[in-house]
Design a protein. Structure first.
Length: 71
């Protein structure tokens, strides 16, 4: 297979999965805030940490795709 195709598929899959998970994390955080508004600060802190770690996966996918393309 062509390197460009493999690199493209890597970044597409590496961006779709974290994007879906960010949506799911945010949805569940809003649901839990709706059920228990007093737990807002704890939920917000955990949500920010989860979102940052999920975004890191997309960045790793970009690095891998660039490595496939240029190495």
């Amino acid at each position: 297979m062509d390197k460009n195709l493999i690199a493209g598929l890597t970044i597409v899959l590496g961006a779709m999965v974290p994007a879906a998970m960010i949506g799911r994390f945010s949805t569940e955080a809003m649901r839990s805030l709706g059920r228990n508004p007093e737990s807002g600060p704890m939920i917000s802190a955990n949500l920010i940490l989860c979102l940052a770690l999920t975004e890191a996966i997309a960045i790793y996918a970009l690095v891998v795709a660039l490595a496939i393309k240029f190495v």
